[in-house]
Design a protein. Structure first.
Length: 472
């Protein structure tokens, strides 16, 4: 009897040990996501946005869905421009700030290697033309009369955008800019935020990636029909060789990718906060469907596109300079910082930081059909191409890295926005809404977590409706 009991105890112990062995890697990967997220967000908040460390800890790293971050600690090294986070010393990750490139999690390269790659990469920024009206400069005349604009309705809508009617479901609007006929006609900022502060765009970043691809198409270095796009896809027997650049831009590659943000082990969270080579991680995913047959929203495909862009440059330094030289500087987007991963590929899905005014400049480039100050930057018909709906999505709500419709809103039915409107959308309710029929665009940046009291259609429609239809 005693021998039998001993056998059962050993068996029970073996089961517990086996279960722990299976669970341990999952727990560790989860912890890495937490430390990676904390290090990346705190580093970017302090060194890119120049925000107060305690404000970031209290607002950005707390709240519904972020309860586990209470167990993580972080150290900010202001002199060394780095942030390290861990859970009681376990699963530590470090993000470093590099001038012009923002914050990058160290993985696969040493800190010294990463810093050497960024050394002397960018010349000193040009002196801003402060006396010129936006978008040429930074001067804004909010008192300028705009014919047909209902100022009373506009002001009421701006008040509502910053109101907090339910403290249990905060909106946290941080910046709002309204551009009509090429000029800023209204803007507001929450306390602690201002017109020059770069803020994260999350998936609104994908619109900047779209523009960079368009520029490279104009350079003659890419075509949307290109296939066999990466070296590891070029074997004759590899089904990924048939994925076209157009398939990737329209989220129709057929590649598997789990975009579940609530799951720390999902592909998107592992890619952004654990993997040092994000494009390699995403490009290695298996095929779930033939290319061009099924729509699947995937930040992984955007990072793959950023790597395809990189393949067209002779050197990494040329690639890293390209967004600033060909997009940000011509548009006057001086606050903009596009962060790469540790492998040197821009995080084309998520990590563009820019002020609300600079996101508005990017939106204005689209509104003006790719023309800026009389000069064509994007190819002829690139915006028409980008707004063409993905054939693989029945409701026609997605184009090439941009949204063509807003999601249906509870109680609103079809969103009450003009039919021709389209959008750059990002996590935590970032939006650049472009409305050609009213020669209008709106930028809203904030931190509205899931269940928060912000609805793009409900809260932006009153702003749109304050402006008259534009008679071209």
């Amino acid at each position: 009897m005693r021998a039998r009991r001993k056998t059962w105890l050993w068996l029970a112990a073996a089961i517990v040990i086996a279960g722990a062995a299976v669970a341990a890697p999952r727990l560790y990967r989860t912890a890495l996501v937490g430390s990676g997220f904390a290090a990346e967000m705190l580093c970017s908040g302090v060194f890119v946005s120049h925000r107060n460390e305690q404000d970031i800890l209290a607002e950005d790293l707390k709240g519904p869905g972020y309860e586990l971050l209470l167990f993580f600690g972080a150290t900010v090294d202001r002199e060394g421009k780095r942030v390290t986070a861990s859970v009681y010393g376990v699963a530590a990750q470090t993000a470093i700030f590099r001038e012009g490139l923002g914050c990058t999690l160290i993985d696969g390269k040493t800190e010294q290697e990463l810093r050497t790659e960024a050394a002397d990469l960018f010349p000193p920024p040009p002196v801003p033309e402060s006396e010129a009206l936006w978008p040429e400069g930074e001067r804004v005349d909010l008192d300028a009369a705009a014919e047909g604009v209902d100022r009373s309705a506009l002001n009421a809508a701006l008040d509502a955008a910053f109101a907090e009617p339910d403290p249990a479901h905060p909106r946290r609007t941080r910046a709002l800019v309204v551009v009509h006929r090429g000029r800023i006609v209204a803007e507001r900022y929450a306390p602690g935020f201002d017109a020059g502060m770069p803020l994260i765009g999350w998936s609104a970043t994908k619109a900047a990636l779209n523009a960079l691809v368009g520029l490279r198409v104009k350079d003659g270095k890419l075509a949307v029909t290109d296939k066999a796009l990466l070296p590891e896809w070029r074997e004759d027997s590899d089904p990924r060789r048939d994925i076209s650049l157009d398939d990737l831009l329209r989220m129709s590659s057929g590649l598997a990718f789990d975009e579940t943000y609530d799951d720390p082990l999902a592909d998107v969270t592992q890619m952004l906060f654990v993997e040092g080579d994000m494009a390699r991680f995403a490009a290695a995913k298996s095929m779930m469907a033939p290319p061009g047959t099924e729509w699947r929203y995937s930040s992984g495909t955007s990072v793959i596109v950023a790597r395809i862009l990189r393949e067209t440059f002779a050197t990494e330094r040329d690639y890293l300079r390209y967004p600033r030289e060909r997009l940000f500087d011509p548009l006057g987007m001086r606050s903009s910082v596009f962060a790469p991963d540790a492998a040197g590929t821009f995080v084309g899905s998520s990590f563009l930081y820019a002020s609300a005014r600079d996101f508005a400049r990017l939106g204005l480039l689209f509104l003006q059909d790719g023309v800026w100050q009389g000069q064509r930057l994007l190819p002829e018909d690139w915006i028409v191409y980008s707004r063409g709906p993905a054939r693989t999505l029945a409701d026609g709500s997605y184009g090439a890295q941009i949204w063509l419709r807003l999601p249906r809103s509870p109680g609103l039915g079809v969103p009450p926005m003009p039919e021709d409107a389209y959008y750059f959308l990002g996590h935590d309710e970032q939006i650049v809404a472009i409305v050609p029929s009213r020669d209008l665009l709106i930028v809203r940046l904030g931190l509205t977590r899931r269940g928060g009291d912000w609805d793009h259609a409900r809260d932006l429609a009153p702003i749109v409706q304050a402006f008259p239809a534009w008679d071209r």
